[in-house]
Ligand binder design. Structure first.
Ligand code: NAP
Length: 314
């Protein structure tokens, strides 16, 4: 068996790198799997955002990729071993825990899972082509760029209503496009949205196409009425998807307790159902989903892992 690590961290967003910074500074010599683009998004969702202006400590803001590079450098500076590889399987059934990547087995006394979540997308080609050019899945991140413009929000849940309401601070008009004719969002949030004069609604509809990839900007959406099949074009400057997130927890199915939507269940901070396996960031958080909250829970997971290793094997 190869060397047994104190802690293996899986994931390279704000949660994973913060866990690495804390573990490395505690002399745990962490090994961190960053992942590859094909298996997810190394650096996490911030790699898909432009300016991050709400991460404390950077009054001028940073781009998402710049911020993640700083996180990465800080983790490396204190001695984290970074592997740009995807984890293909894990075995948490006995100590030491086993993590397999690129056909090689790695062993550790504790594990920190920080694999994040991915925004759901409609799956139309123009949406992919215009990501970062007016198509976004994060109003908190990108809303500011739509000052004085018109935007569309897709979805009818709490996120969609929250994003639409937030976007009215910048946009002159926000059109919510929902596939049914009733919102799923909580009553209080619906009331707030219905009272907001800047929000309009297109019911029983979805987006068939976003124009115009050839101009590298959003100019309009083609709406499809799901009851009649009729298509209409509507001018807009931006499209925000708010049709839910999927936690990146596939790897842990059958080994860790997940909630019905696939989020890893945690208790007492970052503990999963297996002692010594901890989860932090968006893979266990469907509520806050911010870089700063992910980083905070990454710190918690590192401290929990350190205490576990000291307690069990110290
Ligand atoms: P959600 O509740 O699952 O809502 C997703 C919305 O997207 C639904 O309206 C759904 O339509 C629509 N949708 C899904 N797939 C679609 C597709 N392919 N095409 C078109 N529309 C599609 O997700 P969420 O709003 O992100 O919320 C997730 C959880 O976080 C919820 O439990 C929510 O309460 C919570 N949350 C709470 C707050 C808050 O309290 N402040 C804020 C945000 C989120 P249908 O309605 O037809 O299914």
């Amino acid at each position: 068996m190869s060397e047994i690590q104190n802690v293996i961290i899986i994931g390279s967003g704000p949660a994973g790198f913060t866990a690495a910074i804390y573990s490395a500074r505690a002399n745990m010599k962490p090994l961190l799997f960053e992942g590859l683009a094909k298996g997810g998004q190394p650096g996490g969702q911030l790699m898909l955002t432009t300016d991050v202006e709400n991460y404390p400590g950077f009054p001028e803001g940073k781009t998402g990729p710049e911020l993640m590079e700083l996180f990465r450098q800080q983790a490396a500076r204190f001695g984290t071993t970074l592997l740009v590889q995807d984890v293909s399987s894990v075995d948490f059934s006995k100590q030491p825990f086993k993590v397999t990547s690129d056909g090689k087995d790695y062993f550790a006394k504790s594990i920190v899972i920080a694999t994040g979540a991915s925004a759901n997308w409609l799956g139309i080609p123009s949406e992919k082509a215009l990501q970062g050019y007016g198509v976004s899945a994060c109003a908190t991140c990108d809303g500011f760029f739509f000052k004085g413009k018109e935007v569309v929000v897709v979805g009818g849940g709490d996120s969609a209503v929250e994003e639409a309401t937030f976007l009215t601070k910048f946009a002159t008009k926000v059109t919510m496009v929902h596939r049914r004719e009733a919102l799923r969002a909580s009553k209080i949030m619906q009331d707030r949205a219905f009272a907001n004069k800047k929000i309009e609604y297109v019911w029983n509809s979805t987006i068939d196409e976003i124009k115009d990839p050839s101009q590298k900007k959003v100019t309009a959406v083609v709406l499809k009425n799901l009851l009649t099949g009729q298509k209409t074009e509507m001018k807009t400057d931006g499209v925000f998807m708010a049709i839910g997130h999927t936690p990146n927890s596939e790897l842990f199915k059958g080994q860790l307790d997940l909630d019905p939507k696939g989020y890893i269940k945690v208790h007492d901070g970052t503990c999963t159902n297996i002692p010594g396996v901890f989860a932090c960031g968006d893979v266990q958080d469907f509520k806050y989903r911010q870089a700063i909250t992910a980083a905070g829970s990454g710190c918690m997971a590192a401290l929990d892992a350190e205490r576990f290793v000291e307690g069990s094997h110290g």
